[in-house]
Design a binder for this molecule. Structure first.
Ligand SMILES: [Zn+2]
Length: 403
């Protein structure tokens, strides 16, 4: 038994990595047993970022490994290597993707080394850092392919990915039955199926690619059940196939422990993006980050905060979680007892005076209204990373439950 990893095979014309894996599995010689499939999300800022930055892997048991490797050689040359150099057009205003540089790796024994996986999910990785595979093919894609194989799979969720008919790949429109979607959304364990506020579907990608939908669940069985519901509905367009992947989505694997800092200043930029200057560097709450941004904007100098996120550049934290740990004590000018007006400073160290009756007092400050610490905040579900775990899962009695 070994693991095959695959990455960076996506272009708009040629498909996406999950479909490349499906096609490869369909072409396998009969003696090769197929085990678990994996869809592994990686460092979202990678320079050679593929769509959604996902790599895939599959557990395979060939009865004759030498013959199986010859099959892989041939399959690589005929189907995967030719994808090299393809460039996807700019999608929905996102930045242009770099040229495809597919990679494939075969590990006949998966080492228990998870360090590489965590590096690949939290940092930029160079080709030189990859642990050696039994055999590997191609270029940059080997990074993600290897990370997908070395994922320890301690925490996991599931996603049933369904691919549409080839003649539909060039359109960005997709038909998935609304009623079936509502039913799938109500199955115990499915998540990020519909936006609860708008009931908008969250399971279909927006661009032109082979994926009709990907329905996420905390259990494998429910992922299958949801896929059956959706594909069998009359109002859902015909599809080629669907398969269930074990994934690191919603595991928080990309986040290290929480950082603690003291607020120095707050600056609100265009569209509400908020920069928190702290004694531990610059923390950014983006315009789309909802509660995180609102909390950031309410902070005061001296507040002690905690945050989690990724560091795409040195000293800058892109916030995915934020909480107010200890609010700074606030102070304000006292009120004039006679006039109930706020008193004003007469200059440094000279006390305060009522602007109406000119009453004076030496005590220049009193304690202001008490602010409360806040629980953790997180961006709304449609602005979250695939890797982000919903906060309310942490409130459940058994935290380690992952399906
Ligand atoms: Zn007064």
């Amino acid at each position: 038994m070994g693991w095959l990893g695959l990455d960076d095979t996506d272009t708009v014309d040629e498909g996406c990595t999950t479909f490349s894996l499906h096609a490869l599995i369909e072409a396998l010689p009969n003696d090769v047993k197929v085990g678990t499939l994996r869809l592994v999300r990686l460092w979202p800022y990678a320079q050679q970022r593929t769509r959604g930055n996902a790599a895939v892997a599959v557990e395979l048991s060939p009865s004759n490994e030498a013959e199986f490797l010859l099959f892989l050689d041939r399959y690589w040359r005929e189907h995967l290597q030719p994808l090299k150099g393809n460039i996807s057009p700019v999608e929905d205003g996102n930045r242009a993707q770099s040229a495809t540089d597919p990679g494939m790796v075969w590990f006949s024994n998966r080492t228990k080394n998870s360090t590489f996986y965590f590096d690949a999910v939290r940092n930029h990785i160079s080709l030189g850092a990859i642990p050696e595979a039994t055999k590997s093919w191609g270029g940059m894609g080997r990074i993600g392919a290897t990370a997908a194989v070395l994922w320890p799979q301690d925490k996991m969720t599931w996603e049933a990915v369904c691919w549409r008919k080839k003649e539909r790949w060039s359109t960005s429109e997709r038909s998935v039955c609304d009623e079936a979607l509502a039913k799938a959304d109500h199955l115990p364990g499915t998540f990020l199926t519909r936006d609860p506020r708008t009931e908008r579907s969250l399971i279909s990608p927006r661009g032109t690619c082979p994926v009709l939908f990907g329905v996420r669940s905390r259990t494998k069985d429910t992922a299958k059940e949801a896929a059956r519901l959706l594909t069998s509905a009359e109002a859902t367009e015909p599809s080629i196939a669907w398969r269930v992947f074990c994934t690191n989505q919603a595991t928080d694997d990309h986040l290290d422990h929480a950082l603690h800092a003291k607020v120095q200043s707050i600056e609100v930029l265009s569209r509400g993006t908020t920069v928190i200057q702290t004694n531990a560097g610059k923390w950014l709450a983006f315009a789309e980050s909802g509660d995180v941004k609102h909390l950031a904007q309410s902070l005061c100098p001296g507040d002690e905060i905690e945050g989690m996120g990724l560091n795409p550049e040195q000293g800058v934290l892109h916030l995915e979680r934020l909480r107010l740990h200890t609010p700074a004590p606030t102070k304000e000018r006292p009120m004039c007892i006679a006039c109930n007006r706020r008193m004003k400073s007469m200059g440094k160290g000279q006390g305060v005076r009522c602007p109406t009756c000119k009453n004076r007092q030496n005590e220049a400050w009193i304690e202001g209204k008490t602010r409360m610490s806040s629980p953790w905040t997180q961006p709304p579900m449609d602005a979250r990373r695939h890797l982000a775990k919903p906060l309310d899962w942490n409130k459940e009695p058994n935290k380690s439950r992952n399906g």
